[in-house]
Design a protein around this ligand. Structure first.
Ligand code: 5GP
Ligand code: ZN
Length: 114
């Protein structure tokens, strides 16, 4: 999608620090990390938010969870534990309109979130 920040990152029009890439998804470090490890995992297909998931496109979510576990091992946070978060909509804290999952780890994250 033309005006989407994350589509531009996928197209490499905007640089990012990529930690994993395959034909269906891209993972790169968050520009404003909230934990020692903070990676964003996104589908290459433009999906605006979790509200736009349906039976036809939701397979990517399972794939992203498998990729998240792979990256957690790669980043050395699998044993310590991590959080995989999707923010949806204004109250959910979503600021970029392209579905993404935050992989956070490397410190005790606390609960409940703010
Ligand atoms: P949200 O608030 O929508 O759940 O998450 C969007 C995330 O994207 C934020 O954590 C923010 O720091 C990150 N972000 C925004 N712009 C950029 C960018 O240009 N590059 C990278 N790597 N991350 C970004
Ligand atoms: Zn997009």
């Amino acid at each position: 999608m033309a005006d989407c920040l994350f589509c531009k990152i996928i197209a490499k029009e905007i640089p990012s620090n990529i930690v994993y890439e395959d034909e269906r998804c891209l993972a790169f470090r968050d520009i404003e990390p909230q934990a020692p490890v903070h990676v964003l995992i996104i589908p290459k297909e433009h999906i605006a938010s979790a509200l736009q998931l349906n039976e036809g496109n939701a397979d990517i979510v399972a794939h992203i969870f498998i990729v998240a576990a792979h990256i957690a091992r790669q980043e050395g946070i699998a044993d310590g534990g991590f959080r995989l978060v999707n923010n949806c909509g204004v109250d959910g804290g979503q600021t970029v309109g392209h579905l993404h999952f935050h992989l956070l780890g490397g410190r005790n994250l606390g609960w409940p979130p703010g």
